[in-house]
Design a protein. Sequence first.
Length: 185
Amino acid sequence: MAISLNKGESYNLSKEFPGVKKLMIGLGWELTTKQLDLDASVFMIGANGKIINNNYLVYFNNLKSPDGALHHTGDNQTGKGMDDDESILVNLDAIHKEVTDLIIVVTINEAQENGYTFGLLKEAYVRIYDEVSKKEIVKYDLDAENASNSDIEFARLHRQNGDWTFTATGKGSGKGLEGYMEKYS
Ligand SMILES: [Ca+2]
Ligand SMILES: [Ca+2]
């Protein structure tokens, strides 16, 4: 069973899931009345709180990080089909040594212009699971618990002394992907 975390809570991923090497970040959603395009993105952050260079934002326009550690499987614009609609594979051991944090965000395309929120969707979630064992580590509900948000900083993975710590951030900014790009670039 996935770990249930309140916002702001952390746990040591390396201790809770010993030997975990590869994570999968999965984003899924189903439409109700509106056609909404959700996007999963990961900012690979260095000691100064910014991405270590412009290629270390992995999203629909940059599917692989230069270190080969992160691989986005491609943009999905409709959410059609069950299970994960967008996925990002994370190979923890391959992450560039200057990267101290991975910040995972989910945004809705053109949400600001159109007033879109997660509440317009159903069965919308973002989750992380161990790619090898398929064991789910954490799952966040987007449409019910974050209905009024149009974007969310879902989680932060922080590297310390070779261990990875997971923190449930769970904060919306209302500024979309561009807002996160400004903040972390
Ligand atoms: Ca998308
Ligand atoms: Ca779907």
